[in-house]
Design a protein around this ligand. Sequence first.
Ligand code: MSP
Length: 474
Amino acid sequence: MKFYITTAIDYINGKPHIGHSYEKVAADVLARLNRFKDEADVLFLTGTDEHGAKIAQFAKDQGLEPQRFADQTAGLFQKTWDNLELSYDRFIRTSDPDHVQTVQKILEQIKANGYLYEGEYTGLYCVGHEAFLTEKELVDGVCPDHKTKPEQVTEKNWFLKVSAFTEQIREKIEDDELRIWPAERRNEVLSLLKQGFNDIAISRPNVKWGIPLPWDKAQTVYVWVDALINYVSGAGFTSDPAQFKKYWPADLHVIGKDIIKFHCIIWPAILLAAHLEVPRGVTVHGYLTVGGQKMSKSLGNVIDPNVWAAKFGSDAVRYLLLREVVWGQDGDVSEEKLRARYEGDLANGLGNLVSRLTNMLEKFCDGAIPEIERAHIPLDEANELAGSFRFHEALIKIWEAVAWGNEYIDKNKPWELAKTDPEKLKKVLSEVAAQLQEIALKLAPFLPHTAERIRQALQGEQIVKINDLFPKVE
Ligand code: MSP
């Protein structure tokens, strides 16, 4: 079995922030889950979106050539994902040579299939969105997301006949051949399709920092078309055709709610025009907010995941994101919330259970683990919940088992049993160890580092002391 999962690729006009991290961590959990649970061959792709007017302008403001600027910032994104222990198989950059070749090949294929035409377009271009907006979408004459006035442009472009595919796309979504979660987002896409969808420009004439159209070098590929094709390049379309054949179509695109139209309408249209299969699924998350406001560079309220990871550890950051925010909805995050989860659920809950058990094993059983019994609370449901994007519910289930372990120790008082009933002592410790083993197994996709430490402790490779797993943070 194969499982190909991707995240959105981030714009590099700023440093990675915790909002970008959210879907990356969720996708990582799903990638790890599929590797463990179904032993699937997983391909997990993430990366950076580097071309276009927005990035060119930003590089210029810094006095750098766009490529040089992109090299620096892409490195920062990759390092951040490494700090969060993301198990991606490839970090794709849209300036990678095989991606450039793939974009050109796909567009030539679409042209040969007769779905491109030349035209002229007049409209309002929002550089922040890298997209044309309509009058209706503006608030007081400015883009409501970026608070900037869009440019009025008239330009020659090549257009894709999206309209030739809208009916087919609608059918695929209705038949669940292309699944969209959650249901509200699926309905949103279906209603957009019912309203009818205009053809889109796939190239722009005055944007130098981009991929040239092979047959019209005065034009570069529209940055969204360039970016979407990363999912095909990343599977090996040009660099490894055998791998591409194995993994395409993508099983799941993990994206935020602001880019649904691109992924659920424009992307399938590009693929159908190129005679390629459409993805099997798209899962859509909400925004991380700070004090109720969307976290974004333009609003200046960003949180650096590296700072939180350095202070509390990457597992704590992963835990906060997936426990605190309900998938599909917006959710507020803050350092206070992270600290509360860290001190409560992690240190006092899980950390305490692990250190109590390992200390008692050392004291009463010479560190040897009594024969492990079946876990009192089996946690298979946690896998199912995570697999259907109910991450917070999966974690709640796992923490019910953590609470059971701590309560079971309190109730049975093994330190007293050590004097009165050594047989029962062994049984109680083995029951708690079995539960902890089950907890570690189900926790592994979420908190890989912690799960590995618990596994080692349970195999007697290492004794975990109090506060060792989640030390006090000042
Ligand atoms: N470059 C495009 C995506 C191209 S995919 C072929 C883009 N980049 S982005 O940097 O603006 O956003 C990348 C991802 O991060 C998107 O899925 C977006 O929804 C997500 N987030 C950006 N800010 C966010 C929050 N504050 N909260 C949660 N996710 C948000 O769009």
